[in-house]
Write a new protein. Sequence first.
Length: 629
Amino acid sequence: MSHLSDCENFQCGQGYVKCYNSYCIPHYYLRDGRADCPTGEDEQLLYTGPCTGYFACWDSNICLHPDLVCDGHTDCPHSDDELDCDVFCPEGFRCFAGTVIFSADRRSVYQDIINLSYIDKQTRYLDLSGVEIRNFGTLVLTIADVFLNLKVLILSNCTLSELSVLFGNKAFVIEKLDISYNRFKIFSTSTYNFQYQYLRYLNMSYNQLLKSVTDIEFSFLKVLDLSYTSLTYLIDSVFAKLPRLQYLNLSHTLISDFTRQYFSPTLKLQTLDLRGIPAQDIDDYLFYNLTISQALYSDLFQICCPQIHGLIISPRACVAPVDTDAISSCANLLGIDIQRFLLWIVAIFAVLGNVTVIVYRVIWDRSVLQTGYGLFVTNLGISDFIMGVYLLLIAGGDSFYRDSYVLYDKSWRDSVVCKLASFMACLSCEASTFFIFLITLDRFLVMKFPFGQVKFKWSQKTIAVVMSWVASFLLSLVPIVFKFDIYSSNAMCLGLPLTNTYARGWEYSVAVFIVFNLIIFVFVACGQYAIFRAMSKNRISKTATNRPSSRRAEDITVAKQLSLVVLSNFLFWFPVGIMGLMSLGGHEVSSQVYAWTTVLLLPINSAANPVLYTIPALLERWQQFKRGG
Protein backbone atom coordinates (compact mmCIF):
# COMPACT_ATOMS: atom_id res chain seq x y z
CA MET A 1 0.00 0.00 0.00
CA SER A 2 3.01 2.27 -0.40
CA HIS A 3 1.33 3.93 -3.36
CA LEU A 4 -1.25 5.39 -0.91
CA SER A 5 1.32 7.08 1.35
CA ASP A 6 1.49 10.41 -0.51
CA CYS A 7 -2.17 11.34 -0.76
CA GLU A 8 -2.13 14.50 1.35
CA ASN A 9 -4.07 16.44 -1.29
CA PHE A 10 -6.72 13.80 -1.91
CA GLN A 11 -10.22 14.73 -0.65
CA CYS A 12 -12.24 12.04 1.11
CA GLY A 13 -15.87 11.48 0.23
CA GLN A 14 -18.84 11.72 2.57
CA GLY A 15 -18.71 9.19 5.39
CA TYR A 16 -14.94 8.86 5.25
CA VAL A 17 -12.08 10.40 7.20
CA LYS A 18 -8.51 10.89 6.06
CA CYS A 19 -5.49 9.25 7.59
CA TYR A 20 -2.55 11.61 7.97
CA ASN A 21 -1.07 12.21 4.50
CA SER A 22 -2.57 8.93 3.36
CA TYR A 23 -5.73 7.11 2.33
CA CYS A 24 -9.35 7.47 3.50
CA ILE A 25 -11.15 5.10 5.84
CA PRO A 26 -14.88 4.81 6.70
CA HIS A 27 -15.95 6.85 9.70
CA TYR A 28 -17.03 3.75 11.59
CA TYR A 29 -13.41 2.49 11.56
CA LEU A 30 -12.54 5.15 14.13
CA ARG A 31 -11.94 3.77 17.63
CA ASP A 32 -13.09 0.30 16.60
CA GLY A 33 -10.22 -1.41 18.42
CA ARG A 34 -8.16 -2.02 15.28
CA ALA A 35 -5.55 0.30 13.74
CA ASP A 36 -6.58 1.05 10.15
CA CYS A 37 -4.38 4.08 9.40
CA PRO A 38 -0.65 3.55 8.74
CA THR A 39 0.33 5.15 12.05
CA GLY A 40 -2.77 4.05 13.98
CA GLU A 41 -4.09 7.54 14.62
CA ASP A 42 -7.66 6.33 14.04
CA GLU A 43 -7.46 4.71 17.48
CA GLN A 44 -6.07 7.76 19.31
CA LEU A 45 -7.98 10.19 21.55
CA LEU A 46 -7.84 12.71 18.72
CA TYR A 47 -11.07 11.27 17.39
CA THR A 48 -13.06 11.06 20.62
CA GLY A 49 -16.27 13.03 21.01
CA PRO A 50 -19.98 12.82 20.21
CA CYS A 51 -21.15 11.26 16.97
CA THR A 52 -22.62 14.49 15.66
CA GLY A 53 -24.51 13.72 12.47
CA TYR A 54 -23.71 10.02 12.75
CA PHE A 55 -25.25 6.98 14.40
CA ALA A 56 -23.59 6.08 17.72
CA CYS A 57 -23.20 2.34 18.19
CA TRP A 58 -24.30 1.15 21.60
CA ASP A 59 -21.57 0.59 24.20
CA SER A 60 -18.91 1.45 21.65
CA ASN A 61 -16.87 4.34 20.26
CA ILE A 62 -17.94 3.61 16.69
CA CYS A 63 -19.91 6.25 14.76
CA LEU A 64 -21.71 5.18 11.58
CA HIS A 65 -22.66 7.25 8.58
CA PRO A 66 -26.49 7.34 8.20
CA ASP A 67 -26.18 5.41 4.93
CA LEU A 68 -24.82 2.45 6.88
CA VAL A 69 -27.81 2.29 9.23
CA CYS A 70 -30.47 -0.23 8.22
CA ASP A 71 -28.54 -1.15 5.06
CA GLY A 72 -28.82 -4.89 5.65
CA HIS A 73 -25.22 -5.17 6.83
CA THR A 74 -24.19 -5.24 10.51
CA ASP A 75 -21.56 -2.60 11.35
CA CYS A 76 -21.99 -2.08 15.11
CA PRO A 77 -20.53 -4.64 17.55
CA HIS A 78 -23.99 -5.32 19.00
CA SER A 79 -25.79 -5.12 15.63
CA ASP A 80 -27.89 -2.24 16.87
CA ASP A 81 -27.53 -0.42 13.54
CA GLU A 82 -29.87 -2.99 12.03
CA LEU A 83 -32.52 -3.05 14.77
CA ASP A 84 -36.04 -1.69 14.33
CA CYS A 85 -35.49 -0.80 10.71
CA ASP A 86 -39.05 -1.40 9.53
CA VAL A 87 -41.03 0.03 12.47
CA PHE A 88 -44.01 2.29 12.00
CA CYS A 89 -43.24 5.88 13.05
CA PRO A 90 -46.29 8.07 13.75
CA GLU A 91 -46.54 11.62 12.55
CA GLY A 92 -44.64 14.06 14.74
CA PHE A 93 -41.90 11.56 15.63
CA ARG A 94 -38.56 10.64 14.14
CA CYS A 95 -37.71 6.94 14.38
CA PHE A 96 -34.74 4.88 13.30
CA ALA A 97 -32.74 1.97 14.68
CA GLY A 98 -34.45 1.85 18.05
CA THR A 99 -34.53 5.62 18.49
CA VAL A 100 -37.74 7.64 18.88
CA ILE A 101 -37.59 11.42 19.14
CA PHE A 102 -40.55 13.73 19.50
CA SER A 103 -40.19 16.38 16.76
CA ALA A 104 -39.61 19.91 17.99
CA ASP A 105 -41.80 21.41 15.27
CA ARG A 106 -44.78 19.28 16.35
CA ARG A 107 -44.67 19.83 20.13
CA SER A 108 -47.61 22.24 20.21
CA VAL A 109 -49.76 19.73 18.29
CA TYR A 110 -48.99 16.76 20.53
CA GLN A 111 -49.48 18.27 23.95
CA ASP A 112 -52.34 15.86 24.69
CA ILE A 113 -50.91 12.52 23.59
CA ILE A 114 -52.68 9.79 25.57
CA ASN A 115 -50.66 6.67 24.73
CA LEU A 116 -47.47 5.41 23.14
CA SER A 117 -48.79 2.07 21.94
CA TYR A 118 -47.89 2.80 18.34
CA ILE A 119 -44.17 3.11 19.20
CA ASP A 120 -42.18 -0.09 18.83
CA LYS A 121 -41.73 -1.91 22.13
CA GLN A 122 -38.07 -2.59 21.33
CA THR A 123 -37.28 1.14 21.36
CA ARG A 124 -34.09 1.84 23.30
CA TYR A 125 -33.90 5.63 22.96
CA LEU A 126 -37.00 7.71 23.76
CA ASP A 127 -36.95 11.52 23.72
CA LEU A 128 -40.20 13.24 24.76
CA SER A 129 -38.67 16.62 25.64
CA GLY A 130 -41.14 19.48 25.69
CA VAL A 131 -44.25 17.39 26.26
CA GLU A 132 -46.16 18.16 29.46
CA ILE A 133 -46.20 14.89 31.36
CA ARG A 134 -49.01 16.10 33.60
CA ASN A 135 -51.33 15.89 30.58
CA PHE A 136 -50.41 12.29 29.81
CA GLY A 137 -52.77 10.84 32.38
CA THR A 138 -51.77 7.24 32.98
CA LEU A 139 -49.56 7.15 29.89
CA VAL A 140 -46.22 7.40 31.61
CA LEU A 141 -47.13 4.72 34.12
CA THR A 142 -46.79 2.23 31.28
CA ILE A 143 -43.29 3.21 30.15
CA ALA A 144 -41.57 0.52 32.18
CA ASP A 145 -44.18 -2.06 31.15
CA VAL A 146 -44.10 -1.29 27.42
CA PHE A 147 -40.45 -0.45 26.71
CA LEU A 148 -38.60 -3.30 28.33
CA ASN A 149 -35.36 -2.57 26.46
CA LEU A 150 -35.33 1.18 26.99
CA LYS A 151 -31.79 2.43 27.62
CA VAL A 152 -32.07 6.19 27.20
CA LEU A 153 -35.02 8.29 28.34
CA ILE A 154 -35.05 12.06 27.86
CA LEU A 155 -37.87 13.96 29.56
CA SER A 156 -36.43 17.44 29.55
CA ASN A 157 -38.82 20.36 30.06
CA CYS A 158 -41.83 18.13 30.73
CA THR A 159 -43.14 19.96 33.85
CA LEU A 160 -42.29 16.94 36.02
CA SER A 161 -42.41 17.38 39.78
CA GLU A 162 -42.34 13.80 41.18
CA LEU A 163 -40.44 10.74 40.08
CA SER A 164 -43.26 8.45 41.20
CA VAL A 165 -45.39 9.84 38.39
CA LEU A 166 -42.93 8.48 35.89
CA PHE A 167 -42.58 4.81 36.57
CA GLY A 168 -44.77 3.77 39.46
CA ASN A 169 -43.18 0.75 41.08
CA LYS A 170 -41.72 -0.88 37.99
CA ALA A 171 -38.03 -1.53 37.50
CA PHE A 172 -36.27 -1.52 34.14
CA VAL A 173 -32.80 -1.35 32.60
CA ILE A 174 -32.56 2.33 31.74
CA GLU A 175 -28.95 3.61 31.73
CA LYS A 176 -29.34 7.29 30.87
CA LEU A 177 -32.03 9.56 32.33
CA ASP A 178 -32.35 13.25 31.46
CA ILE A 179 -34.97 15.07 33.54
CA SER A 180 -33.52 18.56 33.24
CA TYR A 181 -35.62 21.75 33.04
CA ASN A 182 -38.43 20.37 35.18
CA ARG A 183 -40.07 21.31 38.49
CA PHE A 184 -38.57 18.94 41.02
CA LYS A 185 -38.26 20.38 44.52
CA ILE A 186 -36.84 17.35 46.31
CA PHE A 187 -34.92 14.44 44.85
CA SER A 188 -34.52 11.22 46.81
CA THR A 189 -34.01 7.64 45.69
CA SER A 190 -34.86 6.06 49.03
CA THR A 191 -38.15 4.77 47.56
CA TYR A 192 -37.32 4.34 43.89
CA ASN A 193 -33.65 3.46 43.71
CA PHE A 194 -34.34 -0.16 42.72
CA GLN A 195 -35.95 1.12 39.53
CA TYR A 196 -32.66 2.64 38.38
CA GLN A 197 -30.23 -0.04 39.45
CA TYR A 198 -28.48 0.15 36.07
CA LEU A 199 -28.52 3.92 35.75
CA ARG A 200 -25.19 5.39 34.63
CA TYR A 201 -26.07 8.94 33.64
CA LEU A 202 -28.47 11.29 35.47
CA ASN A 203 -29.06 14.87 34.37
CA MET A 204 -31.13 17.03 36.73
CA SER A 205 -29.71 20.38 35.67
CA TYR A 206 -31.85 23.51 35.42
CA ASN A 207 -34.45 22.26 37.89
CA GLN A 208 -34.62 25.71 39.40
CA LEU A 209 -37.03 24.64 42.16
CA LEU A 210 -34.78 21.84 43.36
CA LYS A 211 -33.53 22.66 46.87
CA SER A 212 -32.83 19.30 48.45
CA VAL A 213 -31.07 16.11 47.39
CA THR A 214 -31.03 13.20 49.82
CA ASP A 215 -30.39 9.47 49.87
CA ILE A 216 -28.89 9.16 46.41
CA GLU A 217 -28.06 5.51 45.79
CA PHE A 218 -27.06 4.22 42.37
CA SER A 219 -24.60 1.36 42.16
CA PHE A 220 -23.50 2.07 38.59
CA LEU A 221 -23.99 5.83 38.25
CA LYS A 222 -21.00 7.53 36.61
CA VAL A 223 -22.32 10.98 35.72
CA LEU A 224 -24.46 13.21 37.96
CA ASP A 225 -25.39 16.72 36.81
CA LEU A 226 -27.05 18.99 39.40
CA SER A 227 -25.96 22.27 37.84
CA TYR A 228 -28.16 25.37 37.72
CA THR A 229 -30.44 24.21 40.52
CA SER A 230 -31.42 25.98 43.74
CA LEU A 231 -29.51 23.68 46.04
CA THR A 232 -28.36 25.67 49.06
CA TYR A 233 -26.84 22.82 51.04
CA LEU A 234 -26.03 19.13 50.89
CA ILE A 235 -26.41 16.62 53.69
CA ASP A 236 -23.31 14.91 55.02
CA SER A 237 -21.91 12.12 52.83
CA VAL A 238 -24.75 12.59 50.35
CA PHE A 239 -22.65 10.97 47.60
CA ALA A 240 -21.39 8.07 49.70
CA LYS A 241 -23.69 5.54 47.97
CA LEU A 242 -22.40 6.32 44.49
CA PRO A 243 -19.34 4.03 44.38
CA ARG A 244 -18.73 4.40 40.63
CA LEU A 245 -19.37 8.14 40.30
CA GLN A 246 -16.80 9.78 38.01
CA TYR A 247 -18.26 13.13 36.97
CA LEU A 248 -20.10 15.41 39.42
CA ASN A 249 -21.42 18.80 38.31
CA LEU A 250 -22.54 21.19 41.06
CA SER A 251 -21.85 24.36 39.10
CA HIS A 252 -24.09 27.41 39.43
CA THR A 253 -25.97 26.13 42.44
CA LEU A 254 -26.59 28.21 45.58
CA ILE A 255 -24.38 26.22 47.95
CA SER A 256 -22.59 28.72 50.17
CA ASP A 257 -21.22 26.44 52.88
CA PHE A 258 -18.87 23.62 52.00
CA THR A 259 -17.69 21.06 54.53
CA ARG A 260 -15.66 17.97 53.86
CA GLN A 261 -18.52 15.74 55.06
CA TYR A 262 -20.09 16.22 51.63
CA PHE A 263 -17.45 14.04 50.01
CA SER A 264 -17.02 10.49 51.17
CA PRO A 265 -13.53 8.93 51.29
CA THR A 266 -14.79 6.26 48.90
CA LEU A 267 -15.37 8.79 46.11
CA LYS A 268 -12.85 8.62 43.30
CA LEU A 269 -13.94 11.24 40.79
CA GLN A 270 -12.46 12.15 37.46
CA THR A 271 -14.09 15.60 37.30
CA LEU A 272 -15.76 17.88 39.84
CA ASP A 273 -17.28 21.16 38.63
CA LEU A 274 -17.88 23.87 41.25
CA ARG A 275 -17.93 26.92 38.98
CA GLY A 276 -20.44 29.66 39.71
CA ILE A 277 -20.99 28.66 43.34
CA PRO A 278 -21.22 31.54 45.87
CA ALA A 279 -19.25 29.59 48.48
CA GLN A 280 -18.28 31.73 51.46
CA ASP A 281 -17.42 29.27 54.22
CA ILE A 282 -14.90 26.70 53.05
CA ASP A 283 -13.69 23.97 55.34
CA ASP A 284 -9.96 23.35 55.65
CA TYR A 285 -8.87 20.35 53.66
CA LEU A 286 -12.30 20.31 52.01
CA PHE A 287 -11.25 17.53 49.63
CA TYR A 288 -8.90 15.85 52.07
CA ASN A 289 -10.24 12.32 51.46
CA LEU A 290 -11.43 12.88 47.90
CA THR A 291 -9.62 11.67 44.79
CA ILE A 292 -9.98 13.74 41.60
CA SER A 293 -7.85 12.44 38.76
CA GLN A 294 -8.56 14.84 35.89
CA ALA A 295 -10.07 18.23 36.73
CA LEU A 296 -11.44 20.26 39.61
CA TYR A 297 -13.15 23.39 38.25
CA SER A 298 -13.92 26.46 40.34
CA ASP A 299 -14.27 30.23 40.05
CA LEU A 300 -12.54 30.62 43.42
CA PHE A 301 -8.75 30.62 43.45
CA GLN A 302 -8.97 29.48 47.09
CA ILE A 303 -10.12 26.03 45.97
CA CYS A 304 -6.69 25.43 44.44
CA CYS A 305 -4.86 26.23 47.67
CA PRO A 306 -3.24 23.20 49.37
CA GLN A 307 -5.07 24.05 52.60
CA ILE A 308 -8.33 23.19 50.81
CA HIS A 309 -7.68 20.70 48.00
CA GLY A 310 -5.50 18.57 50.27
CA LEU A 311 -2.62 16.31 49.34
CA ILE A 312 -4.38 13.70 47.21
CA ILE A 313 -5.53 16.03 44.42
CA SER A 314 -2.72 17.18 42.16
CA PRO A 315 -2.34 20.97 41.78
CA ARG A 316 -2.32 20.38 38.02
CA ALA A 317 -5.87 19.00 38.20
CA CYS A 318 -7.17 22.19 39.81
CA VAL A 319 -8.51 24.77 37.35
CA ALA A 320 -9.36 28.18 38.82
CA PRO A 321 -8.65 31.86 38.13
CA VAL A 322 -5.32 33.25 39.27
CA ASP A 323 -5.42 35.08 42.61
CA THR A 324 -5.80 38.80 41.78
CA ASP A 325 -4.72 39.87 45.26
CA ALA A 326 -1.01 40.57 44.93
CA ILE A 327 -0.63 40.99 48.69
CA SER A 328 -1.94 37.80 50.27
CA SER A 329 -1.17 34.15 49.65
CA CYS A 330 -2.97 30.91 50.42
CA ALA A 331 -1.21 30.68 53.77
CA ASN A 332 -0.88 34.27 54.95
CA LEU A 333 -2.52 37.67 54.72
CA LEU A 334 0.91 39.04 53.80
CA GLY A 335 2.44 36.58 51.39
CA ILE A 336 6.10 37.65 51.67
CA ASP A 337 8.02 37.33 54.93
CA ILE A 338 10.08 40.49 54.44
CA GLN A 339 6.90 42.49 53.90
CA ARG A 340 5.49 41.10 57.13
CA PHE A 341 8.65 42.07 59.03
CA LEU A 342 8.77 45.57 57.53
CA LEU A 343 5.08 46.15 58.22
CA TRP A 344 5.60 45.46 61.92
CA ILE A 345 8.62 47.78 62.01
CA VAL A 346 6.79 50.59 60.22
CA ALA A 347 3.67 50.13 62.38
CA ILE A 348 5.64 50.31 65.63
CA PHE A 349 7.62 53.34 64.50
CA ALA A 350 4.45 55.06 63.26
CA VAL A 351 2.65 54.56 66.57
CA LEU A 352 5.54 55.32 68.93
CA GLY A 353 6.94 58.14 66.82
CA ASN A 354 3.66 59.96 66.48
CA VAL A 355 2.74 59.43 70.14
CA THR A 356 6.06 61.07 70.94
CA VAL A 357 5.22 64.00 68.66
CA ILE A 358 1.77 64.52 70.17
CA VAL A 359 3.01 64.27 73.76
CA TYR A 360 5.96 66.54 73.03
CA ARG A 361 3.79 69.21 71.42
CA VAL A 362 1.04 69.10 74.02
CA ILE A 363 3.17 68.84 77.18
CA TRP A 364 6.67 70.21 76.55
CA ASP A 365 6.21 72.56 73.63
CA ARG A 366 2.72 73.97 73.97
CA SER A 367 3.84 77.37 72.68
CA VAL A 368 4.34 75.95 69.21
CA LEU A 369 0.61 75.18 69.04
CA GLN A 370 0.02 78.93 68.84
CA THR A 371 1.83 79.00 65.51
CA GLY A 372 0.17 77.88 62.30
CA TYR A 373 2.70 75.21 61.47
CA GLY A 374 2.68 73.86 65.04
CA LEU A 375 -1.07 73.26 65.02
CA PHE A 376 -0.97 71.67 61.59
CA VAL A 377 2.05 69.50 62.39
CA THR A 378 0.42 68.23 65.59
CA ASN A 379 -2.71 67.23 63.68
CA LEU A 380 -0.52 65.63 61.03
CA GLY A 381 0.99 63.57 63.84
CA ILE A 382 -2.51 62.51 64.92
CA SER A 383 -3.39 61.41 61.38
CA ASP A 384 -0.10 59.50 61.10
CA PHE A 385 -0.81 57.86 64.46
CA ILE A 386 -4.13 56.64 63.04
CA MET A 387 -2.21 55.13 60.13
CA GLY A 388 0.03 53.36 62.64
CA VAL A 389 -3.00 51.86 64.38
CA TYR A 390 -4.29 50.72 60.97
CA LEU A 391 -0.97 48.99 60.29
CA LEU A 392 -1.10 47.25 63.66
CA LEU A 393 -4.61 45.96 62.86
CA ILE A 394 -3.40 44.53 59.55
CA ALA A 395 -0.26 43.04 61.12
CA GLY A 396 -2.40 41.56 63.89
CA GLY A 397 -4.79 40.03 61.35
CA ASP A 398 -1.83 38.50 59.53
CA SER A 399 -0.59 36.92 62.76
CA PHE A 400 -4.06 35.70 63.72
CA TYR A 401 -4.64 33.90 60.40
CA ARG A 402 -1.06 32.64 60.00
CA ASP A 403 -0.74 29.56 57.76
CA SER A 404 -4.51 29.33 57.14
CA TYR A 405 -5.51 32.74 55.80
CA VAL A 406 -7.23 31.41 52.68
CA LEU A 407 -9.91 29.76 54.82
CA TYR A 408 -10.91 33.12 56.25
CA ASP A 409 -10.18 35.44 53.33
CA LYS A 410 -13.77 36.47 52.67
CA SER A 411 -14.79 36.60 56.33
CA TRP A 412 -11.74 38.80 57.02
CA ARG A 413 -12.55 41.23 54.22
CA ASP A 414 -16.18 41.45 55.32
CA SER A 415 -15.32 41.74 59.01
CA VAL A 416 -15.83 44.79 61.22
CA VAL A 417 -12.08 44.89 61.87
CA CYS A 418 -11.30 45.16 58.16
CA LYS A 419 -13.93 47.87 57.67
CA LEU A 420 -12.56 49.77 60.67
CA ALA A 421 -9.02 49.42 59.34
CA SER A 422 -10.15 50.62 55.91
CA PHE A 423 -11.89 53.61 57.43
CA MET A 424 -8.81 54.51 59.49
CA ALA A 425 -6.47 54.16 56.51
CA CYS A 426 -8.61 56.42 54.33
CA LEU A 427 -9.10 58.90 57.18
CA SER A 428 -5.35 59.07 57.78
CA CYS A 429 -4.47 59.42 54.10
CA GLU A 430 -6.96 62.20 53.42
CA ALA A 431 -6.26 64.07 56.68
CA SER A 432 -2.52 63.91 55.99
CA THR A 433 -3.12 65.26 52.50
CA PHE A 434 -5.10 68.21 53.88
CA PHE A 435 -2.54 69.00 56.57
CA ILE A 436 0.39 68.77 54.14
CA PHE A 437 -1.43 71.29 51.98
CA LEU A 438 -2.12 73.58 54.98
CA ILE A 439 1.52 73.37 56.13
CA THR A 440 2.66 74.32 52.64
CA LEU A 441 0.20 77.22 52.50
CA ASP A 442 1.23 78.47 55.95
CA ARG A 443 4.96 78.36 55.14
CA PHE A 444 4.35 80.06 51.81
CA LEU A 445 2.55 82.96 53.50
CA VAL A 446 5.32 83.30 56.10
CA MET A 447 8.09 83.33 53.49
CA LYS A 448 6.23 85.39 50.90
CA PHE A 449 5.05 88.00 53.38
CA PRO A 450 7.80 88.26 56.02
CA PHE A 451 6.21 91.33 57.59
CA GLY A 452 2.94 89.49 58.25
CA GLN A 453 0.85 91.37 55.70
CA VAL A 454 -1.04 88.12 54.95
CA LYS A 455 -1.12 85.33 57.49
CA PHE A 456 -3.28 82.64 59.10
CA LYS A 457 -5.23 83.93 62.05
CA TRP A 458 -5.81 81.61 65.00
CA SER A 459 -9.51 81.30 64.25
CA GLN A 460 -8.75 80.51 60.61
CA LYS A 461 -6.25 77.83 61.64
CA THR A 462 -8.81 76.20 63.94
CA ILE A 463 -11.52 76.27 61.28
CA ALA A 464 -9.11 74.81 58.70
CA VAL A 465 -8.19 71.95 61.06
CA VAL A 466 -11.82 71.16 61.93
CA MET A 467 -12.89 71.25 58.27
CA SER A 468 -9.99 68.98 57.31
CA TRP A 469 -11.02 66.35 59.85
CA VAL A 470 -14.71 66.60 58.95
CA ALA A 471 -13.98 66.30 55.21
CA SER A 472 -11.63 63.34 55.79
CA PHE A 473 -14.20 61.64 58.01
CA LEU A 474 -16.96 62.00 55.42
CA LEU A 475 -14.75 60.88 52.54
CA SER A 476 -13.77 57.77 54.52
CA LEU A 477 -17.35 56.99 55.51
CA VAL A 478 -18.90 57.12 52.02
CA PRO A 479 -17.74 53.61 50.89
CA ILE A 480 -19.18 52.07 54.06
CA VAL A 481 -22.51 53.91 53.87
CA PHE A 482 -23.01 53.09 50.18
CA LYS A 483 -21.62 49.54 50.60
CA PHE A 484 -18.86 49.92 48.03
CA ASP A 485 -16.49 46.96 47.68
CA ILE A 486 -13.30 49.00 47.38
CA TYR A 487 -12.32 48.51 51.02
CA SER A 488 -12.60 44.72 50.71
CA SER A 489 -10.89 44.46 47.32
CA ASN A 490 -7.63 43.26 48.88
CA ALA A 491 -6.34 41.70 52.08
CA MET A 492 -4.83 45.01 53.27
CA CYS A 493 -8.34 46.54 53.34
CA LEU A 494 -6.99 49.47 51.35
CA GLY A 495 -9.05 51.00 48.57
CA LEU A 496 -6.25 52.14 46.26
CA PRO A 497 -7.32 51.68 42.60
CA LEU A 498 -3.97 50.49 41.26
CA THR A 499 -5.13 47.30 39.53
CA ASN A 500 -7.30 46.49 36.54
CA THR A 501 -9.84 44.78 38.80
CA TYR A 502 -12.81 47.09 39.20
CA ALA A 503 -14.72 46.50 42.41
CA ARG A 504 -18.07 48.14 43.07
CA GLY A 505 -17.41 51.82 43.79
CA TRP A 506 -14.06 51.97 41.99
CA GLU A 507 -15.06 55.28 40.44
CA TYR A 508 -15.21 56.84 43.90
CA SER A 509 -11.81 55.39 44.77
CA VAL A 510 -10.30 56.88 41.62
CA ALA A 511 -11.92 60.26 42.26
CA VAL A 512 -10.61 60.49 45.84
CA PHE A 513 -7.29 58.66 45.96
CA ILE A 514 -6.09 59.50 42.48
CA VAL A 515 -7.71 62.61 41.04
CA PHE A 516 -8.34 64.63 44.21
CA ASN A 517 -5.07 63.74 45.95
CA LEU A 518 -3.09 64.28 42.76
CA ILE A 519 -4.56 67.76 42.36
CA ILE A 520 -3.74 68.59 45.99
CA PHE A 521 -0.15 67.47 45.60
CA VAL A 522 0.25 69.43 42.38
CA PHE A 523 -0.69 72.51 44.41
CA VAL A 524 1.75 71.37 47.11
CA ALA A 525 4.53 71.07 44.54
CA CYS A 526 3.78 74.55 43.22
CA GLY A 527 3.70 75.88 46.79
CA GLN A 528 7.07 74.35 47.62
CA TYR A 529 8.58 75.87 44.51
CA ALA A 530 7.19 79.26 45.51
CA ILE A 531 8.60 78.85 49.05
CA PHE A 532 12.10 78.18 47.78
CA ARG A 533 11.90 81.17 45.48
CA ALA A 534 10.68 83.33 48.35
CA MET A 535 13.53 82.08 50.56
CA SER A 536 16.07 83.06 47.94
CA LYS A 537 14.56 86.49 47.21
CA ASN A 538 13.80 87.58 50.78
CA ARG A 539 17.19 87.37 52.48
CA ILE A 540 16.48 90.52 54.47
CA SER A 541 19.28 92.01 56.51
CA LYS A 542 18.95 92.79 60.17
CA THR A 543 18.59 96.52 59.53
CA ALA A 544 16.03 96.11 56.80
CA THR A 545 13.39 94.46 58.93
CA ASN A 546 11.57 95.38 62.09
CA ARG A 547 11.85 91.78 63.27
CA PRO A 548 15.01 90.27 64.73
CA SER A 549 17.16 88.35 62.29
CA SER A 550 17.02 85.35 64.63
CA ARG A 551 13.26 85.15 64.11
CA ARG A 552 13.77 85.22 60.37
CA ALA A 553 16.41 82.53 60.64
CA GLU A 554 13.97 80.45 62.67
CA ASP A 555 11.30 80.82 59.97
CA ILE A 556 13.76 79.67 57.35
CA THR A 557 14.85 76.71 59.50
CA VAL A 558 11.24 75.68 60.11
CA ALA A 559 10.48 76.07 56.40
CA LYS A 560 13.39 73.79 55.51
CA GLN A 561 12.37 71.15 58.04
CA LEU A 562 8.75 71.15 56.96
CA SER A 563 9.78 71.16 53.32
CA LEU A 564 11.40 67.78 53.94
CA VAL A 565 8.11 66.52 55.36
CA VAL A 566 6.11 67.88 52.46
CA LEU A 567 8.54 66.66 49.83
CA SER A 568 8.71 63.16 51.35
CA ASN A 569 4.91 62.90 51.30
CA PHE A 570 4.85 64.26 47.77
CA LEU A 571 7.46 61.76 46.60
CA PHE A 572 5.39 58.92 48.06
CA TRP A 573 1.92 60.03 46.97
CA PHE A 574 2.63 61.47 43.55
CA PRO A 575 3.84 58.13 42.08
CA VAL A 576 0.70 56.51 43.49
CA GLY A 577 -1.40 59.00 41.55
CA ILE A 578 0.57 58.34 38.38
CA MET A 579 0.21 54.55 38.80
CA GLY A 580 -3.51 55.01 39.33
CA LEU A 581 -3.85 57.01 36.12
CA MET A 582 -1.82 54.38 34.25
CA SER A 583 -4.07 51.63 35.58
CA LEU A 584 -7.13 53.64 34.62
CA GLY A 585 -5.70 53.98 31.12
CA GLY A 586 -5.41 50.22 30.74
CA HIS A 587 -1.75 49.80 31.68
CA GLU A 588 -1.31 46.95 34.12
CA VAL A 589 0.63 47.71 37.28
CA SER A 590 2.68 44.65 38.20
CA SER A 591 1.59 42.71 41.24
CA GLN A 592 4.95 43.23 42.93
CA VAL A 593 4.82 47.01 42.49
CA TYR A 594 1.27 47.08 43.84
CA ALA A 595 2.18 44.92 46.83
CA TRP A 596 5.20 46.99 47.84
CA THR A 597 3.29 50.22 47.31
CA THR A 598 0.49 49.24 49.67
CA VAL A 599 2.63 47.43 52.24
CA LEU A 600 5.59 49.79 52.46
CA LEU A 601 5.54 52.89 50.27
CA LEU A 602 2.41 54.54 51.68
CA PRO A 603 2.65 53.54 55.36
CA ILE A 604 6.32 54.50 55.68
CA ASN A 605 5.31 58.17 55.47
CA SER A 606 3.63 57.88 58.82
CA ALA A 607 6.80 56.54 60.40
CA ALA A 608 9.10 58.99 58.62
CA ASN A 609 7.17 62.19 59.35
CA PRO A 610 7.94 62.32 63.11
CA VAL A 611 11.63 61.84 62.36
CA LEU A 612 11.63 64.64 59.81
CA TYR A 613 9.83 67.34 61.77
CA THR A 614 10.27 66.47 65.47
CA ILE A 615 13.66 64.85 65.93
CA PRO A 616 15.44 68.00 64.62
CA ALA A 617 13.47 70.10 67.11
CA LEU A 618 14.38 67.74 69.96
CA LEU A 619 18.04 67.83 68.97
CA GLU A 620 17.96 71.62 68.90
CA ARG A 621 16.39 71.70 72.36
CA TRP A 622 19.08 69.32 73.58
CA GLN A 623 21.81 71.55 72.19
CA GLN A 624 20.22 74.57 73.86
CA PHE A 625 20.06 72.63 77.14
CA LYS A 626 23.74 71.72 76.87
CA ARG A 627 24.73 75.30 76.06
CA GLY A 628 22.62 76.56 78.94
CA GLY A 629 24.21 74.02 81.20
